[in-house]
Design a binder for this molecule. Structure first.
Ligand code: GLN
Length: 534
C-alpha cells in the first residue's frame, strides 16, 4: 500500500517547501523506494500557463504537456522521475471539475458545497495520482502558508484523508521559519509554535517539523519545539541555508529524517545509496573555474522566471568543474548595438530563452548577431530559436524586414508563422503545442553529436514555428536545420556548424536536465564556453 506524506508550510511563504519535499523524495529514491510528488496550488487559475512569469515564475512543462508549477521541476530533478498533469492540481482545476459535474447533473438533488463536494474532488485527485504511478511513497505539497483562507479546502481534505487511511499510513511534515534576532542573538521558536497551533485548529497534528534557519538550532530550542509542538525530538529537523539546493537531501539525511519517516510509516529501513550524490555536491562546492553566462531575456528581475534554464546551466557547469555566474541582460537595453557589445564583452556564453510578445525582441536579435559574428557560444531556446532564424534571414540571407507574425501582423518576409493547427485555436489556456514530441537529428550535426543519437524526444510550448517556405533559402545561406519533426514538417533545431557552439531549438531542453546528467545542448554550450573562457 502507498504511504502518504503531506507537506505544509507556516510562518512565511517562500520557505523552500518544494525543495524539502523534493529532498525527501530523493532520500526515498536513494533507498530504492519509488516516490511521486504532487503539488496542490490554491489559486483559481486552472494551471499557471496563463500567468505572467513575474507573478508565478517559470511555467514547467511535463512530457504529457501539462503546464505546471515550477516546483515540479525540482521534483523531477531531485527524484529523477518524470511526472505529469496529475502531479499538479489547482483550486481552479478542482472547481472546474465540480462545476462540470454539477452541470452534468452528477449531484442531482444535492446542494453542492465545499465539504463534501470540493474536498471529495481533492481526495479523488490524490487517489488518481496514486493509481497512475502506484508508488511506495506519495508526497503531497500544499502551496501557500497555513492560515491562508484559500488553502483551507485542501487542508480539510488532507485531514479527512489522513483519518481515512489511518495511523501509520500517512503523516504530516510542517515546514516553518525560525527567525534570528541579532540584538538578543537568539533563534525564536514562537512563530513556529503558533503556526503549529493554527494547523492543529484545522485538525492536523504534524508528526515532523522542518525548521528553516540561518543558524544552528541549539538543543534547548529543539527540545522546546518538540515539547510545544508535540513532536518527538528526533522529528525536529533543522534546515539551514545551504550553498546549493542539492545539499539539502544530505543535510536531512544527516539528521535521519528519512529513517524517522520510515519508522513512523512502519516501512522497512534500507541502506541509502547517496555516494554519487555526495560526489556531486562536493563537485558543486569545489569548482575550479567560473564561467560567466549571459541570459538575455525579458523577466530578468525575477530569476525564478528562468529557473530551469539556470539549473540546466549549472548542471552543465558541474560536469566541467565550473561554477556558473549568470549575467542578466535586459534585452530591451540591447537595442543599441554599442551597448549590446558592452554587455556581452565579458561573458563566455549567451542564452536567449523562451518568451512571448514583441517587447525586447530587437535587442535579442542584436545579442544573437553579436554571438554569431564573434563566435560567442550561443544557445537559443524556443523564442530564442525563432529570433536566431529572424536574425539570420535579415542579416545574412538579406531578407530585410523578416519577422515573426507574433511581432508583426504583416511582415515582408514572415519567416516565423503561426502553426497550421494553431490558426483556428481560440482562447489561451492549454492551447499551445505542448509536451513531448520526437525530433530527428541530422547525422553528423553538432546536435546529433551532443546527444549521441539521432532520434530524441523533447518538451514543447509554442504557437509559432519556422515558415517552411523559407527553409531552403536560409539553409543555402549556411544556417543548418539539423533537427526536424519526424514528418519533416516542423523545424526543431538550427545550428551554424562552423562556429564553436551556435545551436538553437524550438523545444525546451531545460525541462529535462538533471544535476548529475546535464542536458546535451547545455553541456555543448558550456563545453564550448570553457574552451573560450575569457
Ligand atoms: N512566443 C513563441 C511561440 O509562441 C515562443 C514561445 C516560447 O518561447 N515558449 O511560438
Amino acid at each position: 500500500m502507498t504511504k502518504y506524506i503531506f507537506v505544509t508550510g507556516g510562518v512565511v511563504s517562500s520557505l523552500g517547501k518544494g525543495i524539502i519535499a523534493a529532498s525527501l523524495g530523493k532520500l526515498f529514491r536513494s533507498r530504492d523506494y519509488s516516490v511521486i510528488i504532487q503539488k496542490f496550488d490554491p489559486y483559481i487559475n486552472v494551471d499557471p500557463g496563463t500567468m505572467s512569469p513575474f507573478q508565478h515564475g517559470e511555467v514547467f512543462v511535463t512530457d504529457d504537456g501539462a503546464e505546471t508549477d515550477l516546483d515540479l521541476g525540482h521534483y523531477e530533478r531531485f527524484t529523477d522521475t518524470n511526472f505529469g498533469q496529475v502531479n499538479n492540481v489547482t483550486s481552479g482545476r478542482i472547481y472546474q471539475s465540480v462545476i462540470n459535474k454539477e452541470r452534468r447533473g452528477d449531484y442531482l438533488g444535492a446542494t453542492v458545497q465545499v465539504i463534501p463536494h470540493v474536498t471529495n474532488e481533492i481526495k479523488t485527485k490524490i487517489v488518481a495520482a496514486t493509481k497512475q504511478f502506484k508508488p511506495d511513497f506519495h508526497i503531497i505539497e500544499i502551496g501557500g502558508t497555513i492560515g491562508d483562507i484559500e488553502s483551507l479546502p485542501f487542508i480539510e481534505a488532507i485531514r479527512q484523508f489522513k483519518a481515512e487511511v489511518g495511523i501509520g499510513n500517512a503523516l504530516s511534515v510542517h515546514c516553518t521559519l525560525l527567525p534570528y534576532l541579532s540584538t538578543s542573538g537568539e533563534l525564536k521558536t514562537k512563530p513556529s509554535q503558533h503556526s503549529v497551533n493554527v494547523l492543529r485548529s484545522y485538525g492536523i497534528q504534524p508528526e515532523i517539523l522542518v525548521c528553516r534557519t540561518s543558524k544552528p538550532i541549539p538543543k534547548t530550542e529543539k527540545e522546546k519545539l518538540a515539547l510545544f509542538c508535540s513532536v518527538p525530538k528526533e522529528a525536529v529537523i533543522e534546515c539551514r541555508d545551504m550553498k546549493t539546493i542539492y545539499e539539502v537531501p544530505l543535510a536531512l539525511e544527516a539528521q535521519n529524517m528519512c529513517s524517522v519517516v520510515l519508522k513512523m510509516l512502519q516501512m522497512e529501513e534500507r541502506e541509502p545509496d547517496l555516494e554519487s550524490w555526495v560526489e556531486l555536491v562536493n563537485k558543486i562546492k569545489n569548482p575550479v573555474k567560473t564561467i560567466k553566462v549571459a541570459i538575455a531575456g525579458k523577466y530578468t528581475k525575477l530569476s525564478d522566471a528562468y529557473i530551469s534554464v539556470v539549473e540546466s546551466l549549472k548542471h552543465a557547469g558541474y560536469a566541467n568543474d565550473a561554477a556558473i555566474e549568470i549575467k542578466w541582460i535586459n534585452s530591451e537595453e540591447c537595442l543599441d548595438m554599442a551597448n549590446c557589445k558592452k554587455q556581452l564583452a565579458d561573458v563566455d556564453a549567451v542564452v536567449v530563452p523562451g518568451g512571448f510578445g514583441v517587447r525586447g525582441i530587437e535587442g535579442k536579435l542584436n545579442v544573437i548577431r553579436y554571438a554569431r559574428e564573434n563566435n560567442l557560444p550561443f544557445l537559443g531556446l524556443c523564442l530564442g530559436m525563432q529570433c536566431a532564424v529572424i536574425e539570420y534571414a535579415r542579416n545574412v540571407v538579406g531578407l530585410k524586414g523578416a519577422n515573426s507574425k507574433e511581432f508583426d501582423e504583416n511582415p515582408t518576409y514572415p519567416v516565423i508563422d503561426l502553426m497550421l493547427e494553431q490558426k483556428n485555436v481560440k482562447g489561451y489556456g492549454g492551447t499551445m503545442r505542448l509536451g513531448a514530441y520526437d525530433c530527428h537529428l541530422k547525422k553528423g550535426s553538432k546536435a546529433a553529436k551532443a546527444y549521441g543519437k539521432t532520434v530524441i524526444s523533447e518538451r514543447h510550448r509554442h504557437r509559432y514555428e519556422v515558415n517552411n517556405e523559407f527553409i531552403e533559402q536560409i539553409e543555402k545561406a549556411g544556417l543548418v536545420f539539423s533537427g526536424m519533426s519526424p514528418d519533416g514538417m516542423l523545424a526543431e533545431v538550427v545550428e551554424l556548424p562552423k562556429l564553436d557552439w551556435f545551436v538553437a531549438c524550438q523545444f525546451h531542453p531545460e525541462f529535462k536536465s538533471r544535476p548529475d546528467r546535464p542536458h546535451p545542448l547545455f553541456k555543448g554550450l558550456i563545453d564550448a564556453a570553457c574552451k573560450n573562457m575569457k
